[in-house]
Design a protein around this ligand. Structure first.
Ligand code: PGA
Length: 249
């Protein structure tokens, strides 16, 4: 059985003060061992989050990292720097990074390999744009992204990773994919992993859905066979996140 994993992607929101307030609001309500809960604040609030969440089951993740150990990469952060802060997860290849910061399948793959080697748990994002959905090529787009991301990654590492399917047209728009649409693509992701690694490994990989997840749609999404969690943006900055984590109740 795969343990559900629900991560809050805070994006470029919350100062240290704001992070402390949000954590104080949510901490007790989302501290569970039934679901793996991950808070992903900005770099500046990572150590605060680690500190404030000590003694809980809640984990901390970063929103990006560089694939090199160190060097002349102005503005970048390495895996070791994250580990030193107590960070355990890292979101990679989010569509906003692909769209605004020139992330490509190739850089996502380099980051993915590095994160696994360093011992971070990667949350690798894939998903089609509205135009691609309208052209009905979402299966090819997502399958190609998964194949590229997992290039040269071994089965034992693949099994530890998390894939987040986030249709770009559903991010921050209030338009959620229907649970059937979300399940269909998450199933394709698993089938792709199955063809790369076989069933034993593909059954271990956790697949999240992301894109306007909220307290009202989470139960239905989480009821789907191939959806093992959620990557939550907007609703992770509010009390709603507690209802999302406590889905089904
Ligand atoms: P959203 O963002 O929940 O605000 O749609 C999801 C994400 O981008 O991870």
């Amino acid at each position: 059985m795969r343990k559900a994993v629900i991560a809050g992607n805070w994006k470029m929101n919350k100062t240290i003060k704001g992070a402390k307030e949000l954590i104080a609001l949510l901490k007790d309500k989302v501290n569970t061992d039934k679901v793996e809960v991950v808070f992903c604040p900005t770099y500046t609030a990572l150590s605060t989050a680690v500190e404030e969440l000590k003694g809980t089951n809640i984990k901390v993740g970063a929103q990006n990292m560089h694939w090199e150990d160190n060097g002349a990469f102005t503005g970048e952060i390495s895996a070791d720097m994250l580990l030193e802060l107590g960070v355990e997860y890292v979101i990679l290849g989010h569509s906003e990074r692909r769209q605004y910061f020139n992330e490509t399948d190739a850089t996502v793959n380099k980051k993915f390999k590095k994160a696994l080697k360093a011992g971070l748990i990667p949350i690798v994002c894939v998903g089609e744009s509205l135009g691609e959905r309208e052209a009905d090529i979402q299966k090819k787009i997502v399958t190609d992204q998964v194949i590229a991301a997992f290039n040269e990654i071994e089965a034992s590492d693949a099994a530890k990773s998390i894939v987040a399917y986030e249709p770009i047209w559903a991010i921050g728009t209030g338009k959620t994919a229907s649970s059937e649409q979300a399940e269909e693509v998450c199933r394709w992701v698993r089938e792709t992993l199955d063809s790369l690694y076989g069933t034993e490994t593909s059954q271990k990989v956790r697949i999240q859905y992301g894109g306007s997840v909220n307290a009202s749609n989470v139960d239905e999404l989480m009821g789907m066979e191939n959806i093992d969690g959620a990557l939550v943006g907007g609703a992770s900055l509010k009390e709603d996140f507690a209802s999302i984590v406590n889905f089904g109740k």
